[in-house]
Design a protein. Structure first.
Length: 353
């Protein structure tokens, strides 16, 4: 046969004897695979937008397809994703059910790295159910696998989660041990955000132990990182922790300094809830040093924020604090005035800011 335009013909290779059981089967599966991939994409979009129930629906449909065409690896991945969506919804019992199915699949496939992830997720779910003994058991298995495969990220996660589980059991020595190991790994990975989180957790444990000097040291290191990476919200959190630790050791001047720094940031980013909380804490700290005039100033500002937010609970608290501070200062007339305001809140002050 003459070939137009000089194009060459392609001679097809002969089909193997088992074509009906191999290539044909694969071709028949292609439309189903494409459908499953489309469903997973839809599910992932929903999960990212926190539409977890919709995500689960799409994942379930993809799971049905993968089971039908016996794609075990993809089945395992989807089981894990369904577990994660249920975890995000707070349905830890159902999440555990899917994580266990995922674990069965990856063990069958001898996928050690995925096994470590499944074990870690199981540990997290059990921790939320306050079954800390089982949580520790799964996290320790996850940690062993992470070390075996050289997965630093999974090792850090397991160490952090073990620290949290032991903290819940009141075993602070073990908590510190695991968090210190995690901190070393975070520094090795140059993960500044992760390092800051571990320092926060360490500081909190030292605080719970009454070891305020070490708590302050951990918090100060975390503050330095928060400033370095321009994490304003992280600064807000750690400044509160620093102020509380300084207050606990009677270092009121430094507590005031940290609260004032926190107040400035809260006002810059218009975090009114943080602003009113910090003003309340500042007022209490000024009272502790006998500076009732400054305390009253803070409580009055807190009252204005409460009215602006239309938060009657905080408004009542602020008026109560004002009454007590004025009484302590001997200004009984103002104390009586604030007591009268408590009986008739908000309506005379809306708009004062």
């Amino acid at each position: 046969m003459r070939i137009p335009n000089g194009d060459r013909t392609t001679i097809a290779h002969p089909l193997p004897e088992d074509w009906q059981g191999n290539e044909k089967e694969a071709l028949e599966k292609q439309p189903l695979c494409a459908k499953a991939i489309q469903l997973i994409t839809q599910a992932s979009d929903c999960h990212q937008n926190q539409q977890y129930n919709a995500a689960i629906k799409f994942f379930q449909q993809a799971l049905t397809i993968y089971r039908e065409i016996k794609y075990r690896s993809e089945e395992g991945v989807v089981l894990g994703k369904i577990g994660n969506a249920l975890y995000a919804l707070g349905d830890y019992v159902k999440a555990i059910n899917y994580y266990l199915q995922w674990l069965d699949v990856v063990r069958e496939l001898k996928d050690l790295r995925a096994e470590g992830l499944a074990l870690g997720n199981l540990g997290n779910a059990y921790r939320h159910l306050e079954d800390h003994v089982r949580a520790i058991e799964y996290q320790q298995q996850s940690l062993a696998i992470a070390k075996a495969v050289g997965d630093d990220r999974s090792e850090v996660a397991a160490l952090n989660n073990l620290g949290l589980a032991f903290k819940a059991l009141g075993n602070y020595e073990k908590t510190v041990e695991y968090l210190q190991q995690s901190l070393v790994l975070m520094q090795k990975l140059t993960d500044r955000q992760g390092e800051a989180q571990v320092l926060r957790n360490l500081g909190n444990v030292y605080y719970a132990l009454g070891n305020y000097a070490q708590a302050i040291d951990a918090y100060q290191k975390r503050l330095a990182i928060a400033k370095d990476i321009q994490d304003g919200r992280g600064e807000l959190q750690v400044l509160r922790n620093l102020a509380s630790a300084c207050y606990a050791v009677g270092d009121y001047s430094r507590a005031i300094e940290y609260y004032q720094m926190r107040l400035k940031i809260a006002r810059q980013i218009e975090e009114h809830r943080v602003e009113e909380q910090t003003l309340g804490n500042l007022g209490v700290t000024y009272e502790a040093v006998g500076n009732f005039a400054k305390a009253i100033e803070c409580y009055e500002q807190r009252l204005a924020v409460a009215i602006f937010m239309q938060d009657s609970r905080v408004e009542q608290q602020s008026l109560g604090s004002l009454k007590v501070a004025c009484y302590a200062m001997g200004d009984y007339a103002r104390a009586f005035k604030y007591q009268e305001m408590r009986s008739n809140p908000s309506q005379n002050f809306i708009g004062n800011r």
